[in-house]
Design a protein around this ligand. Structure first.
Ligand code: FE2
Length: 215
């Protein structure tokens, strides 16, 4: 489930955590993806189903709610796949950020919804000022900051507001739930250093499932 264990390859896709609550959100996402071509309208229509998952209790195993000392993101941050489409078109994962820890500044490269399940996070969103032509450089300025608590969520509609980092501001680790239209932890994304403008390739990896072309 949420440890790497000795699962076979087919167990690394589909419902890694199989509960009615997770199945309901994935089914609704598949239904709305088929029904609504316009991504902003589709994401908007997904809000009630996503809010329902955040408001439900008992569906997230304790093993997917733990910091990960071997984290590739650093800071003990744990990223646990809950659902992964075989074709890389959708994933649902939990992100556990210990108290006081921050993610790197990163992008997502897919539409999605991100919400707080436990604890509190401070989110800092960046605006890109350059044209993005140089893959190793980005000129960033802070576009907005917001605090989020349990049940609160935001949408991702790249390229708008796609670069951010989050920091846990609660005494306990924060747990956020992410529904994204890619296989987020296995996609090569970008890590940014706003102070210097340096951009580096970034792949976070799941704590409980390998990416196809490594490991
Ligand atoms: Fe993020």
């Amino acid at each position: 489930m949420c440890d790497m264990g000795h699962a076979h390859d087919h167990q690394h896709f589909g419902f890694l955590v199989d509960t009615p609550e997770i199945r309901a959100l994935v089914a609704e996402t598949q239904r709305l993806t088929a029904a609504i071509d316009e991504v902003p309208a589709r994401v908007e229509a997904l809000r009630p189903a996503f809010a329902r998952l955040l408001a439900s209790d008992g569906w997230l195993p304790e093993s997917c709610a733990q910091p990960d000392e071997k984290s590739r993101m650093g800071g003990g941050i744990g990223q646990y796949a809950l659902y992964r489409a075989e074709d890389g078109s959708l994933c649902l994962f939990s992100l556990v950020v210990p108290a006081g820890a921050s993610t790197p500044v990163h992008d997502h490269l897919a539409w999605g919804l991100v919400g707080i399940y436990r604890g509190r996070q401070d989110e800092t969103v960046y605006r890109r000022l350059d044209d993005g032509r140089d893959p190793s450089r980005a000129d960033l300025e802070i576009a907005k900051r917001q605090e989020l608590g349990p049940g609160e969520f935001y949408t991702l509609l790249p390229p708008t507001d796609d670069i951010h980092y989050v920091r846990t501001i609660s005494d306990a680790p924060s747990i956020s739930i992410h529904l994204l239209a890619n296989d987020t932890a296995c996609v090569w994304r970008h890590r940014f250093e706003p102070a210097t403008g340096v951009v580096t390739p970034f792949r976070s990896g799941y704590a409980n499932a390998p990416c196809r072309d490594v490991e």
